[in-house]
Design a binder for this molecule. Structure first.
Ligand SMILES: Cc1ncc(COP(=O)(O)O)c(C=O)c1O
Length: 374
C-alpha cells in the first residue's frame, strides 16, 4: 500500500446498478456516462463494469477520455458529449469516437480532417442553454450532416435541465420542443437512427424521456441524482460503488482548553483523544467540512472532524474512546452498520454528490474491491 488513504471501488455494484437500470428503462438501452474518470471511480473500471451490466455504449466529455477507453481495449460505441476543439478531430476520428455536433462549423471541422461517414450525434438545445442547436438551426445542421460525405447522422439528442425535480413542468416543455424538432426533421425526410434525451434523473423519473437510450451517469455509481429522487433510487436497490477510507496515522490526548489545527478554530471543552487521519483537501476532502459538521467512522462510530481540514491531514475527536494507529477510518462508505454517503457531504457543504465524488483527487489510489462478472 502506497499510503494510508485510498478509494475502494465496488465494480460489482456498478455492474449491478447498470443491470437494474437496464431492465427498468427497457426497451431503451443504457449508455454509461464515464466522463471525469468515471465520476471519480476510475473510467476504465466503471466502463468495464457498466458493459458487463448490459450497457451498450459509453459517454465521455473529452476526446482524451475516449482515447483512454480505446487504449484499454473497449470497442463499443463511445460518444463525446460536448463540442471539441477542431484540433481534436483527428484524434477523435482515429479512435472511432462518435462526436457531438451542433453547428455547421462542427461538420466543417470533420471535413477538414478528410474523414468519411463519421458518426455524429446532433445536439439540440431545448432549454438547458448550454450547448446545442436551436430548433431552426437543428434542421439546417442535420441537412448539412446528411449531405456531407464526412459525416453520418447517428443520433439526435438533447439534455434535460431539471429532470431531478420531478414536480417541475419544464421537463415536459423540453421534451415537447424536442419532439417538434424531430417532427421538423421528419418533414425534411431525416429520420435519425437513434434519439436520446434522458440523464439518470430522466431515466428514473420521466418515462417519456427514455427514447432509444438513456445516458446514465450518477445512478450507475449508486448515487441519487437529487433529493427528490432519493426514495426511487433506494427503491430500485442501486448501491453506492465508492468508499473513501484511511487508517489512523497518529493518536494523542489533547487537554481541555487547547485549540487544534490552523487558526485554532476549535477549542476542546474537555480532555479528548484525537486521531489524525492522513487525508486532506488535496485529496478532495473540503477544508470547510469540519465547520459543516463533517463526520467520519472509526470503530463503527460517527465522530466529528475537529479543526480545519489541512492539505494532507485532518483530525477527529474521539472523546474518551480508545483508538489506535492503523485503525480503519471511513469518510465515505459503510463501517459497522453505519454509512456516510456522498449525499451527506453534499447536503452539509451545500453542493451535489456529483461534485463530491468527482472532487476526489488522482493521488488517491482506486482499489477495485469486487470486480463483478465482466
Ligand atoms: C449531456 C449529458 N448527458 C448525460 C449526463 C449524465 O448525467 P447524470 O450523471 O445525471 O446521469 C451528463 C452529465 O453531466 C451530460 O452532460
Amino acid at each position: 500500500m502506497s499510503r494510508w488513504a485510498w478509494v475502494d471501488v465496488d465494480a460489482g455494484a456498478i455492474e449491478h446498478n447498470v443491470a437494474v437500470l437496464r431492465s427498468f428503462v427497457a426497451p431503451a438501452e443504457v449508455w454509461a456516462v464515464v466522463k471525469a474518470d468515471g465520476y471519480g471511480h476510475g473510467a476504465v473500471t466503471a466502463a468495464r463494469a457498466a458493459l458487463a451490466g448490459g450497457a451498450t455504449g459509453l459517454c465521455v466529455a473529452l476526446v482524451q477520455e475516449g482515447v483512454e477507453l480505446r487504449h484499454a481495449g473497449l470497442a463499443c460505441p463511445i460518444l463525446v458529449l460536448s463540442p471539441q476543439p477542431p484540433e481534436q478531430m483527428a484524434a477523435a476520428v482515429a479512435a472511432g469516437l462518435a462526436l457531438t455536433v451542433h453547428s455547421e462549423a462542427g461538420v466543417a471541422a470533420l471535413e477538414a480532417v478528410g474523414v468519411s461517414d463519421h458518426p455524429v450525434h446532433l445536439k439540440v438545445d431545448t432549454g438547458m442553454h448550454r450547448v446545442g442547436a436551436s430548433a431552426v438551426e437543428a434542421v439546417q445542421v442535420a441537412a448539412r450532416i446528411v449531405a456531407s460525405p464526412a459525416t453520418h447522422l447517428a443520433a439526435v439528442f438533447t439534455h434535460l435541465a431539471v429532470a431531478d425535480e420531478p414536480g417541475s413542468p419544464f421537463t415536459d416543455v423540453q421534451l415537447a420542443r424536442f419532439d417538434d424538432v424531430l417532427a421538423l426533421l421528419r418533414m425534411e425526410g431525416i429520420e435519425p437512427p437513434l434519439v436520446h434525451a434522458a440523464n439518470s434523473a430522466g431515466a428514473i423519473a420521466h418515462p417519456r424521456a427514455r427514447r432509444d437510450l438513456v445516458r446514465a451517469g450518477i445512478a450507475i455509481y449508486g448515487i441519487s441524482p437529487g433529493p427528490a429522487l432519493d426514495d426511487r433510487v433506494a427503491g430500485l436497490g442501486l448501491r453506492p460503488a465508492l468508499s473513501l477510507r484511511a487508517r489512523v496515522s497518529h493518536v494523542k490526548s489533547v487537554r481541555s482548553g487547547e485549540g487544534i489545527s490552523y487558526g485554532l478554530r476549535h477549542t476542546f471543552g474537555r480532555d479528548s483523544t484525537v486521531a489524525t487521519v492522513p487525508l486532506g483537501y488535496a485529496d478532495g476532502v473540503p477544508r470547510r467540512l469540519h465547520t459543516m459538521g463533517g463526520e467520519v467512522l472509526i470503530g463503527g462510530v460517527r465522530r466529528r472532524i475537529t479543526g480545519v481540514v489541512t492539505m494532507d491531514q485532518l483530525m477527529v475527536d474521539c472523546g474518551d474512546d480508545e483508538v489506535a494507529v492503523g485503525d480503519e477510518v471511513v469518510l465515505l462508505g459503510e463501517q459497522g452498520g453505519q454509512r456516510i454517503t456522498a449525499t451527506d457531504w453534499a447536503d452539509a457543504l451545500g453542493t451535489i454528490a456529483y461534485e463530491v465524488v468527482c472532487g476526489l483527487s488522482e493521488r488517491l489510489e482506486r482499489r477495485v474491491t469486487t470486480p463483478g462478472e465482466g
